[in-house]
Design a protein. Structure first.
Length: 320
């Protein structure tokens, strides 16, 4: 308990430091801005980053618990790509305003996860490495379809959509959108805390979980829907952002262990820190074409972590 409290406190301090850094960069340069408008934009970016990172961290923790697979995350299972495709189609049909709509994002995320889950099953069982490979293939296919949709858009709209697909906090996000996504995060976190002991019981395996009275079917449907809603919320505010849902729960699990209640709280905080820090770096590092997309930076961090995890998984199964 003392270790858990210490780690959570350290993550809270890290989030406060990250928030301070984000409020000090952007717009007019470095330091506290005298212009209230710039301060407001920085505050919106900070709030969006915290919500996006929290949603992705929690979604990753829920998916890993749902599938009993430490490699599961919204982007590797095609959920982010599915949400992105659905939003792109909605944008093509309904205009640029659809980029901020949560309904198509939610439908796309849940649809992609359902497709991956069905294809990956063999005799009712799912092998972790096969699940990830199928998820990556589905994500690539959905991303390719998104590019096809972009070619049908007017040039300006296609450019905005392509930047959004790289993962970037939307400068047009409103406090209402952020509030709705934060409410989804708060509800999902509360649900995860309530279900913590049940999820811990389900981690032993289907037979053991049933002997403990764990309602596996209802639990899986609940986590399935919650992770889709969280992924949709993150996509609405920042587009598809990769690897946050993989790296953060895994890092927190190493620090706190597999107990679900501590894991989900730590994953929310760690995800928020990762996204806000990526946004800070994007404000500091400027390229000729503009700022470095946040999704590129999270991929640069998460890619090597995924390779290490895959290598460890294969070595554990005697395939390496």
């Amino acid at each position: 308990m003392a270790r858990r409290s210490l780690v959570i406190a350290a993550l809270l301090v890290g989030l406060v430091v990250s928030a301070f850094e984000r409020l000090m960069v952007g717009g007019s340069g470095f330091g506290w801005a005298d212009d209230a408008g710039i301060v407001g934009l920085r505050a919106i970016a900070l709030a969006s980053g915290v919500v996006v990172g929290g949603c992705l961290g929690l979604a990753g923790a829920q998916l890993q618990a749902l599938l009993r697979n430490p490699l599961a995350s919204p982007d590797l299972l095609g959920m982010s790509a599915g949400a992105g495709l659905a939003v792109a189609i909605a944008s093509l049909l309904g205009g640029a305003a659809a980029l901020g709509s949560p309904v198509p994002a939610g439908i796309g995320a849940l649809g992609a996860l359902a497709l991956v889950y069905v294809v990956a099953q063999r005799g009712g069982l799912i092998e972790p490495v096969s699940l990830i490979l199928i998820g990556v293939i589905v994500a690539v296919m959905l991303s390719a379809m998104t590019l096809v949709v972009q070619t049908m858009m007017p040039r300006g709209q296609a450019f905005d959509t392509s930047r959004w697909m790289l993962g970037a906090l939307s400068p047009d996000a409103t406090w209402q959108q952020i509030g709705l996504c934060a409410a989804a995060l708060g509800g999902a976190l509360t649900l995860s805390l309530v279900l913590g002991p049940t999820v811990d019981g389900a981690a032993f395996g289907d037979d053991e979980a049933r002997s403990l009275g764990v309602p596996l079917a209802g639990l899986r449907v609940t986590l399935f829907i919650a992770s889709g809603v969280l992924t949709a919320a993150s996509v609405v505010l920042a587009g598809p952002v990769g690897f946050v849902g993989l790296v953060c729960p895994h890092a927190v699990r190493l620090l706190l262990g597999p107990t679900h209640r501590g894991l989900v709280v730590g994953s929310v905080l760690a995800g928020a820190i990762m996204v806000v820090q990526a946004d800070v770096v994007g404000e500091v590092v400027r390229l000729r074409s503009g700022r470095l997309p946040m999704g590129v930076m999270t991929a640069m961090v998460g890619g090597p972590v995924l390779l290490v995890l895959l290598r460890a998984e294969l070595r554990g199964r005697g395939r390496l």
